[in-house]
Design a protein around this ligand. Structure first.
Ligand SMILES: *[C@@H]1O[C@H](CO)[C@@H](O)[C@H](O)[C@H]1NC(C)=O
Ligand SMILES: *[C@@H]1O[C@H](CO)[C@@H](O)[C@H](O)[C@H]1NC(C)=O
Length: 285
């Protein structure tokens, strides 16, 4: 009897210890917020907020911060609301700081229909682009619609615009969040109907309307874009009219249907692409 009791007490204690161990393990594995750090695994979760307050002026060794679906914790500071208004799978959006075209500053993966907050450092000036994991290579991948923005010196205003000067991979809208209700940019997927000599491909193989600036600017792309888009809503020729100001350190960007995949069709990359990208994501998180 006592033997049985002792045995059952022992197993209860062991079970409790086991449960506690499992719970401890689980809480250690759960992120404290929706911030997920990848690429730079030596950064602890707790260091994220301080990292975000200052722009890194030296390029990090990889994508500095990868924020998985859910976005950053809203710390009341500067940032943008970013919406994936496309259908289909979750998509990557990459932030580039102006002077670092070959280095993603921050990446966020957003599910279809979701809006996330992305926190940014004081002096941030740069752009958001659609992308894939290919953007984490150390190479310049400028092709695509740019959602450009910067915070002014005084620190309360954010200025932004939608530009197709470096190409067009789908519609993006910019909207103020300070009550002024200004909205610019465009929603249409104008890749459909574009002449083939206006098109090129991104480094990841996805189709894109070619760029309008530089020595190799595409004239067919320029003509086509001018026919399809309103130059007071989208930056086609450095028109200051396209600039939008929001007075609350926040701006909203809505990414409509865009080109992400080779062939421009969902799942066109096939099962290999699917497996590779998922294994890759799994490794990083
Ligand atoms: C993380 O994001 C999910 C939705 O994406 C939300 O429901 C949840 O409250 C967030 N958690 C934290 C700690 O912010
Ligand atoms: C668009 O925004 C960027 C970043 O703020 C800025 O450098 C650029 O001059 C703006 N373009 C226009 C036409 O306002």
């Amino acid at each position: 009897m006592t033997k049985t009791l002792r045995a059952s007490m022992r197993s209860t204690i062991l079970l409790t210890i086991g449960l506690l161990a499992v719970m401890f393990g689980m809480s250690a594995a759960l992120p404290t917020s929706n911030n997920t750090v990848g690429g730079n695994s030596d950064l602890a979760d707790t260091s994220i907020d301080s990292e975000l307050r200052v722009c890194r002026l030296t390029p990090p060794s990889g994508p500095s911060l990868l924020v998985e679906s859910g976005g950053d914790r809203d710390n009341g500071g500067k940032g943008v609301l970013l919406q994936n208004a496309d259908s289909g799978p979750a998509r990557w959006f990459h932030f580039y700081h102006s002077s670092y075209d070959n280095m993603v500053y921050k990446s966020v993966k957003i599910r279809s229909g979701e809006t996330v907050f992305v926190s940014l450092c004081d002096g941030f000036e740069g752009r958001i682009q659609r992308g894939t994991e290919t953007n984490w290579e150390r190479s310049i991948q400028k092709l695509g619609t740019w959602a450009e923005f910067s915070f002014d010196e005084a620190g309360r205003d954010i200025w932004g615009n939608i530009s197709v000067l470096e190409g067009c991979d789908g519609g993006v809208e910019i909207a103020t969040t300070d009550g002024s209700n200004v909205r610019k940019g465009f929603r249409e997927y104008i890749l459909d109907g574009a002449p083939s000599n206006a098109m090129t491909r991104k480094r990841n193989g996805s189709p894109v309307i070619d760029k309008l600036v530089g020595h190799d600017a595409n004239r067919a792309a320029d003509e086509y874009i001018r026919r399809r888009l309103n130059p007071s809503m989208v930056d086609i020729s450095n028109n200051q009219q396209t600039a939008v100001k929001s007075g609350n350190m926040r701006m909203r960007f809505i990414f409509h249907r865009g080109s992400y995949e080779v062939g421009g069709l969902p799942c066109r990359g096939g099962i290999t692409h699917f497996l590779v990208s998922h294994l890759w994501n799994g490794q990083r998180s």
